[in-house]
Design a protein around this ligand. Structure first.
Ligand SMILES: NC(=O)c1ccc[n+]([C@@H]2O[C@H](COP(=O)([O-])OP(=O)(O)OC[C@H]3O[C@@H](n4cnc5c(N)ncnc54)[C@H](OP(=O)(O)O)[C@@H]3O)[C@@H](O)[C@H]2O)c1
Length: 275
C-alpha cells in the first residue's frame, strides 16, 4: 500500500478505525472523513503513530446530509489529484424513525445515500487513480431485507433492524450497479460483510436495540471463548472488546434473570472483571 491514497469514512471507531490504522501501517496515506472534530483528531494522531510521515488528513462532514457530503467530496477532490481506494464504511442503526433536512429517513441517508454521493463526488479522482477501488461496507443483515420501492423512506411502519437491513441491501445493489457502470474504467467496486464485530455500533441506536446488539456481541464472544477452552487453548483475557460498562453488567444480569445459559467460565471471568 506504500504510496497509495485511501479515503475512508467511519474511521473514528470500530471496523473503519482498525482498517485505517492497518492501512497506514502498510504505508498508505489515509484521508479520514469524520463528523466529530475531537474524535477525528484522535484518529488522525493514531494514524500518525502507525504510519509516520505520510501526511494523513482528516476532513469533516455529517454524512447523513447530502449537502455536507457533496461539500466534503469537493474539498477532497480539490486537494487530491488521484485516489487509489475509497472505503465507504460509516453506518448506523436507529431505534426510532428520524428524517434529515433532505427529507430522507436517517438510516437510508447515512448508510446508503452517503456512499453514492461521496463516490460520485470523488469519481474523477478515482478514475485518475485507476487501477483504483471502491469498497463498500455492507452487512449480512441484507439477507432478510426486501426493498419496498413505494416506501423507501420507511414512512409506513418503522423498524430499526428492518430499515438497517434494507440500507445494507442497498449497499450491495448499489455496488453491483457501480461495478457494471464503471466496467472497463479500471475502477472496481466491491462490497463486504465484515462479520459480527464488537464495536460502538448500536450504542447510540436508542431503546432496547442498544442493549440487544451488545448482548448478542457478548454471547458471540462467550461462545468463542468457550471454544478455545474446549480446544485446550489458554483462553486469555475476557473476550469482551468493548469497555466493561454498566451496560455489560445489566446485560449479564438480564440474561441470567431470564435463565439464558451463559457459559460458566465466561461468567466467572466477567464477574472478576466487574468486581
Ligand atoms: N459491527 C458489526 O458487527 C457490523 C456487522 C456488519 C456490518 N457492519 C457495518 O460496518 C460499518 C462500520 O460499523 P462499526 O461496527 O465499525 O460501527 P461503529 O463503531 O459505530 O462506527 C461507525 C462509524 O461511522 C461514523 N458515522 C456514523 N454516522 C455518521 C455520520 N452521520 N457522519 C459521519 N460519520 C458517521 C461514526 O462516527 P462517530 O465516531 O462520530 O460516531 C463511526 O466512525 C457500518 O457500515 C456497519 O453497518 C458492522
Amino acid at each position: 500500500m506504500r504510496g497509495k491514497v485511501v479515503v475512508i469514512t467511519g474511521a473514528t471507531s470500530g471496523i473503519g478505525q482498525v482498517a485505517a490504522e492497518r492501512l497506514a501501517g502498510m504505508g498508505a496515506r489515509v484521508l479520514l472523513v469524520a463528523r466529530d472534530r475531537t474524535r477525528g483528531a484522535a484518529s488522525l494522531s493514531r494514524l500518525r503513530e502507525r504510519g509516520p510521515g505520510l501526511a494523513h488528513r482528516a476532513h469533516y462532514a455529517d454524512l447523513s446530509s447530502v449537502a455536507d457530503t457533496k461539500r466534503v467530496a469537493a474539498e477532497i477532490a480539490a486537494a487530491e489529484p488521484r485516489i487509489d481506494v475509497l472505503i465507504n464504511n460509516a453506518g448506523a442503526l436507529f431505534n426510532t424513525r428520524r428524517v434529515t433536512a433532505d427529507g430522507l429517513e436517517l438510516t437510508f441517508a447515512t448508510n446508503h445515500v452517503a456512499y453514492a454521493v461521496l463516490t460520485h463526488g470523488l469519481r474523477a479522482c478515482l478514475m485518475a487513480g485507476a487501477p483504483a477501488r471502491v469498497i463498500n461496507t455492507a452487512s449480512d443483515a441484507h439477507r432478510r431485507a426486501r426493498l419496498a420501492f413505494d416506501d423507501l423512506q420507511a414512512a409506513r411502519g418503522y423498524s430499526g433492524l428492518k430499515v438497517y437491513g434494507r440500507s445494507k441491501l442497498c449497499n450491495i445493489l448499489y455496488t453491483r450497479e457501480l461495478a457494471r457502470r464503471w466496467a472497463g474504467t479500471g475502477v472496481t467496486a466491491n462490497s463486504l460483510h465484515p462479520g459480527f464485530v464488537a464495536t460502538r455500533f448500536g450504542d447510540r441506536s436508542g431503546g432496547l436495540l442498544s442493549y440487544g446488539i451488545d448482548t448478542v456481541a457478548i454471547f458471540r464472544q462467550a461462545a468463542t471463548y468457550v471454544d478455545r477452552i474446549l480446544k485446550g487453548e489458554k483462553p486469555g483475557d475476557l473476550p469482551v472488546q468493548a469497555p466493561v460498562s454498566f451496560k455489560l453488567i445489566i446485560n449479564l444480569k438480564a440474561a441470567r434473570a431470564i435463565g439464558l445459559a451463559i457459559p460458566e467460565a465466561f461468567l466467572l471471568r466477567a464477574d472478576e472483571v466487574i468486581e
